[in-house]
Design a protein around this ligand. Structure first.
Ligand code: XUL
Ligand code: CO
Length: 437
């Protein structure tokens, strides 16, 4: 059997004092924190597209990375060798999950039947390798943005024949995800948006997108797929304006289309910041509305306005993310998928290991900090106390509808001016800082 990453045998946990760059310093998969192992809490997934198909191309130049599994001139040999290399990587890194787009694992052919035959062939290999390596699929998805037929969107295309093509593609991608025992299926709205309103009927496009997602929810039931459906919000790129702008925009879409019980959200850190929010905000919004599902774990660059998809390294970000996720009950079907790519100068296969080790350690530290914050309860107690009036007589009367504007006026006339209380932001920031060790 060919070995594609001979420089690495496996990535051991060596603890915080280790100086071995190919070891975990913080991610200790079997260690229990708050009753669950780190592996169970974090549910790490490697994404197929950036990790194995991204070769460093950018708008100014072609790829810089040369990979042995990408060497053949036959596209299906490349697909098979890449799949073998991927599972070798998953095993050596020590993750339990992976994610893919249909077109990452098998290249599109000239027609749909041949494209689907290719997919079936590669899916068989993936099933065998999942089995042999004890790997699971976190989620599958369809690439509805690469082919030129989708240049004006897939479900939101002005031409219903493109809608039909996209439906056929998603049907197949859902079937193979189901076949591989996927825990979920993601819809990221590739080119569902617009470049200019001068050629766009926004009302129609919203109706089309709603119909598409209803059909997907119906098809899930038709095939008995038990996995969770997710929408992944993103505000811009590739289009100037993406319809699934943010968690709140997706929430409105789901409510309007009667789909709020069928979908949850896959929150991506870099998409949150592009929307002018923090990663923490998008997670907290999803949690607050029962929509939290899964995470695309990466980061952007504060000084750049696009989706740089860098590996997560910011401990504040991971701590606040894990705090929010744990407080909400943790992952069920979802996990932490590294939707992140190497920088263009990181050209060696071993750089893929360095990137994932850093990201996994950053989240392991985030998990520890979050657990300490939850156990200490300082933040939770403060927030609970801040809102305690709402469980008292007045708060309950307002929320239950017992009292209206006239009753509230009477209360105010009787009680006079409310007593202002400090929000203690700096004290709370200090508590957070002190917990980062
Ligand atoms: C694009 C993005 C996608 C989705 C899957 O910005 O995040 O990779 O995660 O289609
Ligand atoms: Co993503």
């Amino acid at each position: 059997m060919k070995e594609y990453f001979p420089e690495v045998k496996s990535i051991p946990f060596e603890g915080p004092d280790s100086r071995n760059p190919l070891a975990f310093k913080h991610y200790n998969p079997g260690e229990k924190i708050l009753g669950k192992t780190m592996a169970e809490h974090l549910r790490f997934a490697v994404c197929y597209w950036h990790t194995f198909k991204n070769l460093g191309a950018d708008p100014f130049g072609p790829g810089t990375m040369i990979r042995p599994y990408n060497a053949s001139s036959d596209p299906m040999t490349v697909a098979e060798e890449t799949m073998q290399a991927a599972f070798e990587f998953f095993r050596k890194l020590g993750v339990d999950f992976w994610c893919f787009h249909d077109r990452d694992i098998a290249p599109e052919a000239d027609n749909l039947p041949e494209t689907n035959r290719r997919l079936d062939h590669i899916t068989k290999l993936a099933a065998k390798l999942q089995n042999e390596n004890g790997m699971k699929l976190l989620w599958g998805t369809a690439n509805l943005f690469g082919n030129r037929r989708y240049m004006a969107g897939a479900s939101t295309n002005p031409d219903p024949a493109v809608f039909a093509y996209a439906a056929s593609q998603v049907k197949k991608a859902m079937e193979i995800t189901h076949g591989l025992g996927g825990a979920g299926y993601v819809f990221w709205g590739g080119r569902e948006g617009y470049e200019t309103l001068l050629n766009t009927d926004m009302r129609r496009e919203a109706e089309q997108q709603g119909r598409f997602m209803q059909l997907a929810a119906d098809f899930k039931k038709e095939i008995g797929f038990q996995g969770q459906l997710y929408i992944e919000p993103k505000p811009k790129e590739p289009t100037k304006h993406q319809y699934d702008f943010s968690a709140a925009a997706c929430h409105a879409f789901l409510l309007k289309n009667g789909l709020v019980d069928e979908f949850r959200l896959n929150i991506e850190a870099n998409h949150a910041t592009l929307a002018g929010h923090t990663f923490h905000h998008e997670l907290a919004y999803s949690m607050a509305h029962g929509l939290f599902g899964s995470v695309d774990a990466n980061r952007g660059d504060l000084l750049l306005g696009w989706d740089t998809d860098q590996f997560p390294t910011d401990i504040y970000d991971t701590a606040l993310a894990m705090y929010t996720i744990l407080r909400g009950g943790g992952f069920t079907t979802g996990g932490l998928n590294f939707d992140a790519k190497l920088r263009r100068q990181s050209i060696d296969p071993v750089d893929l290991f360095h990137a994932h080790i850093g990201a996994m350690d950053a989240f392991a530290r985030g998990l520890r900090i979050a657990a300490a914050l939850l156990e200490g309860r300082s933040l939770e107690d403060f927030v609970e106390d801040r809102y305690r009036g709402w469980s008292g007589e007045l708060g309950s009367a307002i929320l239950s509808g017992e009292v209206g504007f006239s009753g509230l006026e009477k209360y105010t006339l009787e009680h006079g001016e409310p007593e202002p209380r400090s929000g203690r932001q700096e004290m709370l920031e200090n508590i957070l800082n002190e917990s980062i060790r």
